[in-house]
Design a protein. Structure first.
Length: 69
């Protein structure tokens, strides 16, 4: 199920679509949202592998950066 929402930060606002109840174990932003909002990122010392709900590796491979919101 997808839902439109407004993502608000101190220096920027963006309207986005979110996937509800995705069963992820963390919170994620895709690269386009990161770029649109102008959020900086920090490189992880050790990348985090990403798997799809069916157990296969995600085509984007791994998480290599994080940001503070």
């Amino acid at each position: 199920m997808k839902m439109r929402f407004t993502f608000k930060m101190v220096w920027n606002v963006a309207k986005e679509t979110a996937l509800l109840d995705s069963s992820t174990s963390e919170n994620f932003l895709d690269k386009k949202v990161w770029q649109d909002l102008g959020i900086g990122w920090v490189r992880l010392e050790q990348p985090i592998p990403v798997h799809n709900i069916d157990g296969t590796k995600n085509q984007n491979r791994e998480i290599r950066h994080y940001c503070w919101l």
